[in-house]
Design a protein. Structure first.
Ligand code: ZN
Length: 250
């Protein structure tokens, strides 16, 4: 699939794109087919975007063989329309996704732990590592991540040919079966280069901070729950409010 506008410029919040077709669904919503869009389709652990097409609310965006399938709350006539991203939600996803690349790279290079799973949810984001993580390792990982954030290292997406990709020594899981066309790489300067189709911040300073909230044993390895950026700041506020409520009761 050719790269989409949301992948070519992840900071782009709106644009005019052609709606190719509009099909009613059984659940009362409508499937809009677009060849290109600023709306990111679910993939690589990152949820699909919400926003609007021609002012009609978008519930979800999914990949389609010809581009993206946008699930809208109402019908939209085929033709060119303004597409707008729910930027607050998308930027939150960019913060969590870039933080995942950072934590996974540091866990691999400094703790010898490979990432075997990643889930970006509405509340929690998790990384599954292939071995146990002690409290000391957890704190070291968080300290290294926040150190890289302080350095505001640049995050960049590059596109290379399959031949160039195969000549590079990367830790990535490899290309999906039947991959054709250019390969998109996302790099964090001095920390990581990995294949990824997702949307990312421009530099690590935009992550503000990373907090590892919880580590649990999971399938012989560990599952790490983390918060980045706005989510981490809101969790601090919530912790303060809980502390205050508790001390008032004592
Ligand atoms: Zn990624």
């Amino acid at each position: 699939m050719p790269l989409l506008s949301c992948q070519l410029d992840s900071t782009r919040r709106r644009g005019t794109f052609d709606v190719l077709s509009c099909t009613p669904r059984d659940d009362g919503l409508f499937d809009l087919l677009l060849a290109d869009s600023v709306l990111y389709p679910e993939g690589g652990g990152q949820p699909g975007d919400r926003g609007t097409v021609a002012g009609v609310a978008v519930r979800d965006t999914q990949p389609a063989p010809q581009g993206v399938r946008v699930i809208a709350e109402g019908p939209v006539d085929p033709g060119p329309h303004e597409v707008v991203v729910d930027w607050e939600r998308r930027f939150d996803h960019m913060q969590q996704h870039s933080a995942q690349h950072l934590l996974s790279a540091l866990a691999q290079d400094h703790l010898g732990l490979a990432t075997v799973g990643f889930h970006l949810g509405d509340d929690a984001t998790t990384i599954d590592l292939d071995g146990p993580l002690s409290a000391a390792q957890r704190d070291r990982l968080a300290a290294m991540a926040n150190d890289a954030i302080r350095q505001a290292r640049p995050v960049q997406a590059h596109v290379v040919s399959v031949e160039e990709y195969e000549g590079m020594a990367l830790r990535s899981r490899g290309l999906p079966e039947g991959h054709e066309g250019p390969v998109r790489l996302v790099s964090i300067e001095g920390v990581d280069v990995n294949t990824c189709g997702g949307t990312h911040v421009s530099h690590l300073g935009e992550l503000q901070l990373v907090h590892i909230a919880r580590v649990e044993r999971y399938k012989g390895g560990s599952r790490l729950h983390f918060l980045a950026g706005g989510r981490a700041l809101r969790a601090l506020d919530a912790a303060r409010d809980r502390d205050r409520a508790l001390s008032e009761r004592l």
